[in-house]
Write a new protein. Structure first.
Length: 95
């Protein structure tokens, strides 16, 4: 009877130790997950900010590209006017 009681106490101690160990591991994993969730939220916020910046840069690039096309067209028109304008001094007419 004494042996069974001792074995039962030892089993209970091992069970309690195992339970405490598992509880500690669960708490550690919970802390890790909470930290990762915070990091994920921060990464999402950074990604949204980057997407906003990229979108603004693309809009700016498009506007500048449009302006360059308009300026080039205007410049080409001015060049043609100058080229085909009769000159008093040289009598130059492009062929």
């Amino acid at each position: 009877m004494e042996t069974k009681a001792r074995m039962s106490r030892e089993a209970w101690v091992r069970s309690t130790d195992a339970s405490d160990l598992v509880c500690g591991e669960v708490m550690s994993l919970r802390t890790t997950v909470l930290g990762q969730m915070t990091e994920i939220r921060e990464l999402h916020a950074a990604d949204r900010w980057r997407q906003t910046v990229i979108s603004e840069l693309l809009r700016t690039d498009h506007r500048r590209s449009t302006e360059i096309i308009e300026l080039r067209t205007a410049l080409q028109g001015q060049v043609l006017v100058i080229l085909y304008q009769p000159t008093k001094y040289y009598g130059f007419y492009p062929s």
